[in-house]
Design a protein around this ligand. Structure first.
Ligand code: SAM
Ligand code: SF4
Length: 317
């Protein structure tokens, strides 16, 4: 279905939990978040019902995210039920990957095709510092499992943080020479970023300056990420620049939070609960959310932070 600006809204991102087994400094408070009561979190049956209604309106791709989607009990069954939805063409997940060696085989069998894994650094002490409690070896085991199990594509997400990992751009890009992955750099967004301030923001063009050998990828589809390649490399590089070059004009997304709110725009406070809606009322709410999707969010910059009243772990990125 098209929104009022003519954009075809075909992509639903579903946050299945706001909880996580890591505490990334730019995403979560150090103490984590309080576990919500059962009735505050959308039951998985309702997630499936919303997804079914969304697919009937033209959603073709669903991404499960969080918090950490792999800590939500019942995630494999959810994947199985979503994969069976007629009309859905792609089912993807964004995960920190730590539980992928355990859950990956069942998720693959259940019908999950593609995964994005968060990997901000290749240095163990830095991984521990940025995630506060994580171990790099667990994240790398998740990457290994993703490749072994044949998820395709496998994309890696690194949030670019000045003074933290901007000296690792070359090493992260070099992964694409060894592995068939898309290494994506994401600009740090000003939303609940704890200790990080404006000085930590690094525009994505810094990647092109750090690795001049990168050339535009022939298969750049003009989507959210600008794609590049090292000549002859099996992998690719993606630049996601929500601050320096926003992509609102081609935004095709709708979001569902773990507590059951539809969010037409990541950076707007606009949202509507669909937790209690079924049948025609649910379809009507989805339709309205699509029609009321703003043309663009307010200017996003470190002196003009996001207007959403939620943190990233609640929305899912
Ligand atoms: N737990 C999963 C993970 O880490 O991949 C999924 C949820 S996480 C909120 C989704 C994505 O949002 C991750 O790639 C993470 O790096 C990114 N993210 C979180 N906070 C961010 C921020 N302030 N700016 C830019 N990206 C952010
Ligand atoms: Fe957890 Fe992902 Fe947020 Fe890190 S970015 S705290 S892994 S939800």
């Amino acid at each position: 279905m098209r929104d009022s600006f003519g954009r075809e809204i075909s992509y639903l991102r579903i946050s299945v939990t706001d909880l996580c087994n890591l505490r990334c400094q730019y995403c979560m408070p150090a103490e984590g978040v309080e576990k919500k009561c059962h009735h505050q979190i959308l039951p998985l049956e309702q997630v499936v019902e919303i997804a079914r209604a969304a697919v009937a309106l033209g959603i073709r791709k669903i991404r499960l995210t969080g918090g950490e989607p792999l800590v939500r009990r019942g995630i494999v069954t959810l994947v199985e039920q979503l994969a069976a939805l007629e009309g859905l063409e792609e089912l993807a997940m964004t995960t920190n990957g730590v539980l992928l060696p355990q859950l990956g085989p069942a998720l693959r069998r259940a019908g999950l095709n593609r995964v994005n894994l968060s990997l901000d650094t290749l240095r163990a002490e830095r991984y521990r510092a940025i995630t506060r409690i994580g171990r790099l070896e667990d994240a790398l085991a998740g990457l290994d499992a993703a490749l072994r199990l044949g998820f395709s594509p496998v994309k890696l997400n690194a949030v670019l943080i000045g003074g933290f990992n901007d000296d690792e751009i070359g090493d992260l890009v070099a992964l694409t020479e060894r592995l068939p992955v898309e290494m994506r750099f994401i600009e740090l967004m000003p939303m609940g970023t704890g200790d990080f301030g404006p000085g930590a923001y690094v525009p994505c063009d810094r990647v092109l300056q750090a690795v001049p050998a990168l050339v535009p990828a022939e298969d750049d589809s003009g989507g959210t990420a600008r794609r590049y390649r090292l000549p002859g490399a099996p992998g690719a590089v993606g630049l996601i620049s929500p601050l320096s070059r926003h992509f609102c004009a081609s935004c095709n997304r709708l979001r569902l939070t773990a507590d059951g709110y539809l969010k037409p725009c990541l950076h707007s406070a606009q949202e509507q609960s669909v937790a209690e809606l079924h049948g025609a009322a649910l379809t009507e709410a989805l339709r309205r959310a699509i029609l009321e999707k703003p043309g663009c969010h307010d200017r996003l910059a470190w002196d003009s932070p996001t207007k959403t009243e939620r943190t990233m772990n609640e929305i899912g990125g």
